[in-house]
Design a protein around this ligand. Structure first.
Ligand SMILES: *Cc1c(COP(=O)(O)O)cnc(C)c1O
Length: 446
């Protein structure tokens, strides 16, 4: 695909949805939120995109498109090696987002968010990161657009994942282990427990506090939000054109699912044809069995973060206090499913499947041996779900076309592969009573 053919607009599925997502609510009075209510935290353009239910196509700014040209279009690859290894009649394609300079799809939204901040006169950006992929993507994007970035990294990851931390620092970001003494929220926690390991909830609280108390500083998120899903549709829009060049159309579109950004990115442009033209493509979201919000969660208004700082979001959730097991796919350990996906799941446009981490790594190793690319532990979930489908095709003698998103590579996750290869990984799924216990904290709204 030539540079000229890179899409010039993102696709906003909200405009075409039959049942629109329910409104975000102010937790204080349960009133629907307007874009202006989000301005103190997010840049204004992303706040408007978040709630836009009317414009199906949104222009990609030239400055962002120029940056996309550094690594886009990303390749659409026919996985001949994997097909052969599985001896399946299915045609397997993958969209390779691992070729982005930072190694994952996250850069597609990081560049857009950094650009809008720059354009609106923002000088400082803040965020939190767990595993570090989002922090790395945003660090590079901020360096491109000349913004200062402060990342709160969960302390235990800061200590256990030194390479992701050094990547962020190499791109010029300031990385602080959270909890820290630089914010009220961090100080309170450290005073009570000086040895605290930190959590994503605390890191979010610190980042939001910094954004609120620093002039010209905005907060940026790498998943879950509607505007992030919007930016990621560049993946599926390119894939649609590339599949056409290959002379095929997918029967099934598959991606791993954490907060939903890479799934939305590859799925929405194809799902559009299901909504508008009655096409029958199947969409499969592969979540970890340890954090099964799509398959075992409940549709309720819940907070997006553990501390209850965000608006109330109508979504499939395991409860904002849900504690996922410490699996190696750090990017998939999130309790909720985001607003658009949740409505689409309710309306039957996609199905969730849950995958245990040993099946997921086993699939990742098979893929690596067949295709020569080591997938991110998150992406291994998509590969596992694809392999299940390819085996079904073999059993039924069906020549289906499968398309999955390779959201990132695993070259900085080799410690996790080491543990898998040494046989140290165990499977885990929460019991029904665990799930019920965390869901008790989510009040149904009257
Ligand atoms: C962050 C991440 C994910 C999970 O996030 P989504 O928003 O669900 O896409 C998946 N794969 C990779 C490589 C990631 O970095």
């Amino acid at each position: 695909m030539t540079e000229k053919e890179i899409p010039t607009q993102w696709y906003n599925i909200q405009a075409d949805m039959v049942n629109k997502p329910m409104p975000l609510l102010n937790p204080a009075n349960h009133q629907p939120l307007h874009a202006e209510d989000l301005f103190p935290i997010f840049n204004e353009e992303c706040a408007r995109q978040e709630l836009d239910q009317t414009h199906a196509w949104i222009d990609i700014p030239d400055e962002v498109r120029d940056m996309y040209k550094y690594y886009r279009s990303t390749p659409l690859v026919r996985a001949y090696g994997l097909e052969k290894a599985l001896d399946t009649p299915a045609h397997i394609y993958f969209k390779n987002e691992s070729v982005s300079p930072v190694g994952s799809h996250k850069l597609n939204s990081a560049l857009a968010q950094a650009y809008y901040c720059k354009k609106e006169g923002v000088t400082n950006v803040t965020t939190e990161t767990g595993a570090g992929q989002w922090g790395t993507a945003l660090a590079y994007a901020c360096s491109v657009f000349g913004l200062e970035l402060a990342v709160y990294m969960v302390k235990i990851s800061y200590e256990q994942k030194p390479y992701r931390r050094s990547l962020m620092q190499t791109f010029g970001a300031q990385v602080t282990p959270s909890p820290s003494m630089s914010t009220r929220a961090g100080k309170d926690i450290l005073t009570a427990d000086p040895t605290c390991n930190g959590s994503l909830g605390t890191a979010i609280s610190e980042a939001i506090e910094l954004a609120r108390t620093t002039p010209n500083c905005k907060y940026a998120l790498g998943s879950v939000m509607n505007h992030v899903a919007l930016h990621q549709t560049i993946i599926g829009l390119e894939a649609e054109k590339q599949m056409e060049m290959a002379g095929e159309y997918p029967d099934k579109v598959i991606a791993c699912f954490g907060g939903g950004s890479n799934f939305s990115g590859i799925a929405f442009p194809f799902m559009r044809h299901n909504i508008l033209e009655g096409k029958k493509t199947e969409f499969i979201a592969a979540e970890p069995a340890s954090c099964p919000k799509l398959t075992r969660g409940k549709f309720e208004y819940d907070f997006g973060d553990e501390s209850g700082y965000t608006p109330l979001l109508p979504m499939f959730t395991l409860g904002h206090n849900f504690m996922p097991a410490n699996i190696h796919a750090g990017g998939l350990r999130y309790h909720g499913a985001g607003v658009i996906i949740s409505q689409l799941l309710k309306d039957g446009y996609l199905t969730g499947v849950d995958i245990q981490q040993t099946e997921s790594f086993k699939s990742g190793v098979l893929f690596a041996q067949a295709e020569g690319i080591v997938p991110a532990p998150e992406s291994c979930h998509a590969i596992a779900a694809t392999i299940r489908e390819a085996i079904k095709c073999k059993e039924a003698g069906e020549k289906k076309v499968l398309l999955f998103n390779l959201s990132g590579h695993g070259l900085i996750d080799m410690a996790s592969y080491d543990r898998y290869l040494a046989g140290d990984l165990v499977d885990y799924a929460p019991s029904d009573s665990d799930i019920a216990r965390f869901l008790k904290d989510v009040e149904p709204l009257q």
